[in-house]
Design a protein around this ligand. Sequence first.
Ligand code: HEM
Ligand SMILES: *[C@@H]1O[C@H](CO)[C@@H](O)[C@H](O)[C@H]1NC(C)=O
Ligand SMILES: *[C@@H]1O[C@H](CO)[C@@H](O)[C@H](O)[C@H]1NC(C)=O
Length: 505
Amino acid sequence: MEQLQSSFCFIFFTFTFLFSLFSFSLFILRLKPCCSCDVCTAFLSRSWSPEFVNLSDWYTHLLRKSPTGTIHIHVLNNIITANPENVEYMIKTNFDNYPKGKAFSTILGDLLGKGIFNVDGKCWRFQRKMASLELGSLSIRSHALNVVVDEIESRLIPFFSVAADKGEALDLQDVFKRFSFDSICKFSFGLDPGSLKPELPVSELESAFDRSSMLCAERAMATTPLVWKFKRFFNLGSEKKLKESIRVVKRMADEVIKKRRQSGFSKTNDLLSRFMGSISDDDYLRDIVISFLLAGRDTVASALTTFFLLLSQNPKVLQKIREESGRVIGDDPTQDPAGDPTREKLPAFGDLRHLHYLKAALHESMRLYPPVQFDSKFAKQDDVLPDGTFVRRNSRVTYHPYAMGRMERIWGSDPLEFKPERWIRDGVFMPESAYKYPVYQGGVRVCLGKEMSLMEMKIASLSLIRRFDVQVVNPDRILRFSPGLTANVSGGMPAVVVRRRELPE
Ligand code: HEM
Ligand SMILES: *[C@@H]1O[C@H](CO)[C@@H](O)[C@H](O)[C@H]1NC(C)=O
Ligand SMILES: *[C@@H]1O[C@H](CO)[C@@H](O)[C@H](O)[C@H]1NC(C)=O
């Protein structure tokens, strides 16, 4: 009996191994690893790396040189474009031919399930409709504002105050990640992970969530999915860790959902409660909520981090933001309009609309450092892009906001300069076409959290700018971004904080 079992095992493993080898070679052949064009050779030998610290800059260099603003990395079967006409075509005109695709959804599938971020077609359309309806509602918007204001008053400002008193450097990236994680968790499912409490606790949810998204990103970086699929099948190494982390995230989300079912959801205003009205499948609910955590967390943190970097490099812009806020809100950051001396005055929602320069500065900052540096789709059918590029079915097509922000043909002769004035005409903020500036994507599947994120970033940055001088340590160093779904600065963003004005007792 035992012998039978072990020979069965042997046959099974041999078969699996041979089969993997076979599909691996097929995969490699399909990729055309032998392509000898200059770009592919440089890609494979990494000969670009001494000149360009990071891959995005090398792509930017190639895209600038390309007359159409489009390149083709044959070995990856990947077309990359920085041409606004192509971008419009992909994400709007012929949207249906450019879904996220199966390759992407299997990579994130274990974590995100059927959540909005990870699906196409009918399932996506349904969630999209429901979510945009909810996010557009007045009550959700005011809930979002309350969550953010509360997190700023009770955690962000006190944290910076302590850092200022102690004179110790803090890591902006880490602090903003905690800030945005607390905010998005409270907003989407009414759970407070408390990760920005003074002692910076390790939140179980946050670290499990971090680990999950990092390990998923590693899957995405792999040249072939076979290795991780193999590891997943046998529950080995990183895949074992990933499985455990995902289990923690799902368990915590499930607990919240279960409690909410018991206590009733009609009185609470978070996104989960709102979705509960129309969805009775709790696994589906959980997937939807987790998608929101992923979408709304690292993006905001990344944008805030590079915003403060650019402000450290450009004190004149900082000065102008302060002048504008003084004009619109008044000069004393500590004065509460309701006369409550214990409350520090935060910019009110109504004020935000008048802060044109601040809005311009945030957009300008994300032009140079888009939180999502590039975004890929997979072509369903053979197609031709507006610039004439032929797209074979199943190839990956990527638009590249990072490169686009650095193109002279889009932004004029000084694309690398941080100039909020680009966005202002006659004192008023003028939006740019989403196809030239696809930082929030655009078209049919434009980011659903755009307004909310701008509100969050305006209030958070302004609250800090009005109270403190935040000086990034060594602001002119060359940045390195670690690979992942969202731009993440390797080594963090250490900064020194000084209080601008003594607060009254
Ligand atoms: C600076 C902040 C943000 C940036 C730059 C940003 C950017 C993006 C981008 C590029 C996409 C498209 C991703 C893709 O389809 O591949 C996206 C989708 C999405 N974002 Fe954001 N986002 C931000 C903040 C937020 C926030 C705070 C929320 C949550 C309230 C959010 C919710 C979503 C959702 C739900 C989607 C999926 C939409 C869909 O697939 O139909 N985002 N975002
Ligand atoms: C990459 O490196 C360059 C220097 O070559 C630096 O200026 C740039 O900010 C970095 N960008 C990213 C996305 O890492
Ligand atoms: C982001 O960078 C920080 C600082 O180097 C690092 O500790 C963290 O693991 C990185 N996160 C991801 C998701 O890569």
